[in-house]
Design a protein around this ligand. Structure first.
Ligand SMILES: [Zn+2]
Length: 65
């Protein structure tokens, strides 16, 4: 999974919107590129992975957002 805008490979979960439901139906979840803030969609497994990463960061707080 790479960003279509800057070809970066680091993402975070984006805010879910109602119009994302049709993407969710095909197991894609909205994500945002950490480098250029481009909003795109990633696979559900990637979303789950990002969710775990976010939890992990809460245990070791680093306020980057
Ligand atoms: Zn990007």
């Amino acid at each position: 999974m790479i960003c279509p805008n800057c070809y970066g490979s680091e993402f975070r979960l984006s805010h879910f919107r109602w119009r994302d439901l049709e993407r969710l139906a095909v197991l894609q979840y909205p994500i945002r590129c950490r480098h250029c803030q481009e909003r795109t969609y990633g696979g559900f497994l990637l979303a789950l992975y990002l969710l775990q990463v976010r939890r992990h960061h809460r245990k070791h707080p680093s306020h980057t957002e």
